[in-house]
Design a protein. Structure first.
Length: 409
């Protein structure tokens, strides 16, 4: 199977493909050549590790599949199955509207904010004329121009702001063609701020009304270029002063699609000191670039305030939980180790289960200790706790901790 093969999506093409693929690799190659395309499969016909390591474990975390816990990873028999509500999405009797509704319901139940945003990016790339709808704090919906930058802004407003700011308000969003959306004109008048759309504009300005004085966050969403480097920060501070915003009360955030995205790899090195970076596919995390000498007296990062617990973890009562500064580690309830062989190498397979915070699910930790095939995983097998807790893996999988998703690391 390949992207070119997938374009032959008629019922007849799909039946022909199924019959050929069931016969042999040669039959599938001949069919594809009849269609006038090159036989270039995305995976080899004996692939296993890539699917298992890069797909199934992500699906497991999202509640799309389940795995037999009594078998080692290298067990040659079947150990994976689709969860019932995920398998229901493949019901051929569903109409398009029923399917779309079922997909949205499944996403809402199972996907984290970051995973939902990844799905939005993938959908946009297939339907590049779709406008981007953003829900502002307070429930108002704003429609932005189609584009990756708009999707990044959507993530900032819907994902980053509620976690990072005490009382977030969207002051302004700018779009191509000198189009400016003022989020709250009454607030702007009260604060004595005038946004001039004919001047240099940041992609968005948010205000945190909880601190006194109010803190303004100036946001740049970077799809290809335009991070907040030293020159850009200086211009934005000048712009803020001209609008009636004190630069001393400004914070700066450069938002990217992903740490793996080309724009981030190219421009992270250019970030101005004292600014922050955020990634749409990791909405509960934030990077800071700061001068340690100037910031050593503060317990938190710039913009957090020195009197705030930098970890902010609200520890729940969990049986036999171990509390540390970065989070908690719950009680181990199951231990299993097996001798195993893989591709001629021998080693051990470790499997551990821990209580999840709510007590209805579990945390699973696995290790494959085989020369040339060392793999280490930890996952939360509980939909409720996946939404409320995140892993802290700074010290590796074996030293994992968890903290509340809405706490500020």
């Amino acid at each position: 199977m390949s992207e070119a093969t997938l374009e032959h999506a008629s019922d007849d093409n799909r039946r022909d493909w199924r019959i050929a693929a069931a016969k042999s690799r040669r039959a599938a190659a001949d069919l594809v050549q009849e269609w006038g395309i090159e036989f270039n499969p995305s995976y080899a016909d004996n692939s296993r590790e890539t699917i298992r390591d890069e797909t199934f474990h992500k699906w497991l975390e999202s509640g799309a599949v389940r795995r037999r816990s009594d078998k080692a990873t290298s067990y040659p028999g079947p150990i994976w199955a689709l969860e019932d509500d995920f398998a229901d999405l493949f019901d051929p009797s569903l109409t398009q509207d029923e399917f779309d509704a079922a997909v949205e319901t499944w996403r809402d139940r199972h996907l984290s904010p970051g995973a939902k945003l990844k799905a939005a990016f993938a959908t946009y790339e297939k339907r590049d004329q779709s406008a981007v709808r953003v829900q502002l704090p307070g429930g108002i919906t704003r429609t932005l121009e189609p584009g990756i930058a708009s999707l990044i802004l959507k993530g900032v407003i819907e994902g980053w702001a509620p976690l990072r700011l005490g009382k977030p308000v969207v002051v302004a969003i700018s779009e191509p063609g000198e189009k400016l959306f003022a989020g709250d004109n009454d607030l702007l008048r009260f604060l004595g701020i005038t946004i001039n759309p004919s001047t240099l504009l940041p992609d968005a300005v948010l205000a945190d009304l909880k601190p006194d004085p109010v803190v303004f966050w100036i946001i740049e969403a970077v799809n290809s270029d335009g991070p907040i480097d030293d020159a850009r920060r200086a211009k934005l501070e000048t712009w803020a002063a001209a609008q009636g915003i004190d630069p001393e009360h400004c914070r700066f955030l450069t938002a990217f699609r992903s740490r793996a995205d080309a724009a981030a790899r190219k421009r992270l090195k250019d970030l101005a000191a004292g600014t922050f970076a955020w990634f749409a596919d990791e909405p509960t995390h934030e990077l800071a670039w700061r001068d340690l000498a100037e910031d050593s007296e503060a317990a938190g990062l710039p913009g957090l305030g020195g009197d705030q617990d930098p970890h902010g973890v609200d520890v729940v009562e969990v049986a036999a939980a171990t509390t540390q500064s970065d989070g908690i580690r719950t009680e181990r309830i199951t231990t299993a180790t097996d001798d195993t062989n893989y591709l001629g190498g021998s080693g051990t397979s470790e499997y551990y289960e821990y209580r999840c915070p709510c007590g209805d699910g579990k945390i699973v930790e696995e290790h494959e200790n085989i020369p040339g095939n060392r793999e280490h995983y930890v996952r939360m097998d509980c939909g409720k706790c996946r939404e409320e807790w995140v892993f802290v893996l700074d010290k590796g999988v074996r030293q994992w901790l968890i903290r509340r998703a809405d706490s500020k690391p």
